[in-house]
Design a protein around this ligand. Structure first.
Ligand code: PMP
Length: 294
C-alpha cells in the first residue's frame, strides 16, 4: 500500500505515510468507531486523471460520520482538492483512494469534540478480479439495521464483511453473498448485487444494504440502455433461477458470477445485458468528457 516516499493527507497536512502517527487510545481502534470511503480515479480517454463521482463519495463520507454522531467540519470541495493533491504527489493515475474519519483518544463511549481525517491512495487492481466468480451464500447475515446505521460506511460493520469473506475463501469460493436478518439477499462483503432474468435486472431495495454509488451508476446505465430494473426483496432461491448475476462496487466495478453455491448461471456472460452494463461502466469511468469535480 505504501513505500518510503508515499504521501498521505493527514488533518490538513501532506506527510509521509511511513512517518505518520496515530493514537493507540483512539476510540476508532478499540471499538471500530470510524467511517471511510473507497473511491477510484482513472486515467480518462483524454489523458487526464479524474476521480469518479468524487462528490458523491465525499457526501456519503459526511453522511456516514453524521449518522455516527462524529463531528464533521470538512468542506467537500477542499477534500476533493486534497485528494487530487495526494494523487499528484504520489504520481498515481488509476488509483484506489481511501479517506478515513477517526476519533481521538477516548476509552469511553462518550461523544468527541473533534474528528480526524486521513486520505491515502494506492494503485489497485480489481478487488474481485476479472474472472467470473464462484459465490457462496454466507452463514453470516448482514448486521441488523436496527442495531447499526447500516446506510453508513462504518468501519465496525466490516468485521462482518471480513468474517463472511474469510469463510467463503476457506471453503474454496471466490466471494460471499450475505442475506439480511430476514433471509433476503442483501449484498456482498464489499459490493452490491444484481441479477438478470428475462431481459430485466433486479437488485435488493435499500434499507438493509449500503446504498452503493456503483449501484446507482448501474441504474443510470440501465436507464440509458433501456434495461428495466426492479428494486425489491428476493431470496437466494430466486437468485439461483436467474440467467446471470453480478457484484458491483467501486473497487470491484462490475464483475459477473459463474455460480451461486451449487447453481451455475446458464447464460453465456458475453451474451448478457449484464456484460453490456459491465462494458458501459468501464467506458463511463474513463470517459474523456467526465467533469473534474471540486
Ligand atoms: N456494499 C458494501 C458492504 C460495500 O462495502 C461496498 C463498497 N463500498 C458496496 C456495497 C458498494 O458501494 P460503492 O458502489 O459505493 O463502492
Amino acid at each position: 500500500y505504501y513505500h518510503d516516499n508515499t504521501i498521505i493527507y493527514l488533518n490538513g497536512a501532506f506527510v509521509k505515510a511511513a512517518e505518520a502517527t496515530t493514537d493507540y487510545y483512539s476510540q476508532s481502534l478499540h471499538y471500530g468507531y470510524a467511517v471511510f470511503e473507497g473511491i477510484r480515479s482513472y486515467q480518462t480517454a483524454g489523458g487526464e486523471t479524474k476521480i469518479f463521482k468524487a462528490k458523491e463519495h465525499y457526501d456519503r463520507l459526511k453522511n456516514s460520520a453524521l449518522a455516527l454522531n462524529m463531528p464533521y467540519s470538512w468542506d467537500t470541495n477542499e477534500l476533493i482538492e486534497a485528494t487530487y493533491a495526494v494523487l499528484e504527489k504520489n504520481n498515481l493515475q488509476n488509483a484506489y483512494i481511501r479517506p478515513v474519519i477517526y476519533a481521538p483518544a477516548n476509552m469511553s463511549f462518550n461523544p468527541n469534540n473533534e474528528s480526524y481525517i486521513m486520505i491515502a491512495a494506492w494503485e489497485m487492481g480489481l478487488f474481485l478480479g476479472e474472472k467470473l466468480l464462484r459465490v457462496m451464500t454466507s452463514s453470516f447475515q448482514r448486521p441488523n439495521p436496527k442495531g447499526f446505521r447500516i446506510e453508513a460506511k462504518a468501519s465496525g460493520h466490516y468485521v462482518n464483511s471480513i468474517l463472511a469473506s474469510q469463510e467463503a475463501k476457506a471453503k474454496g469460493f471466490d466471494e460471499a453473498l450475505l442475506t439480511d436478518m430476514n433471509g433476503f439477499v442483501a449484498e456482498g462483503p464489499g459490493a452490491n448485487v444484481f441479477f438478470e432474468k428475462n431481459g430485466k435486472l433486479v437488485t435488493p431495495a435499500t434499507g438493509n444494504i449500503l446504498p452503493g454509488i456503483t449501484r446507482a451508476t448501474v441504474m443510470e446505465i440501465c436507464t440509458e440502455l433501456n434495461i428495466p430494473v426492479e428494486e425489491r426483496l428476493f431470496t437466494t432461491d430466486e437468485l439461483k433461477q436467474a440467467d446471470a448475476a453480478f457484484f458491483c462496487g467501486t473497487a470491484a466495478e462490475v464483475i459477473g458470477w459463474q455460480s451461486l453455491d451449487e447453481a451455475v448461471f446458464p447464460a453465456n456472460w458475453n451474451d448478457t445485458l449484464s456484460r453490456k452494463i459491465q462494458l458501459a461502466y468501464k467506458e463511463r469511468v474513463t470517459a474523456a468528457a467526465l467533469v473534474r469535480e471540486k
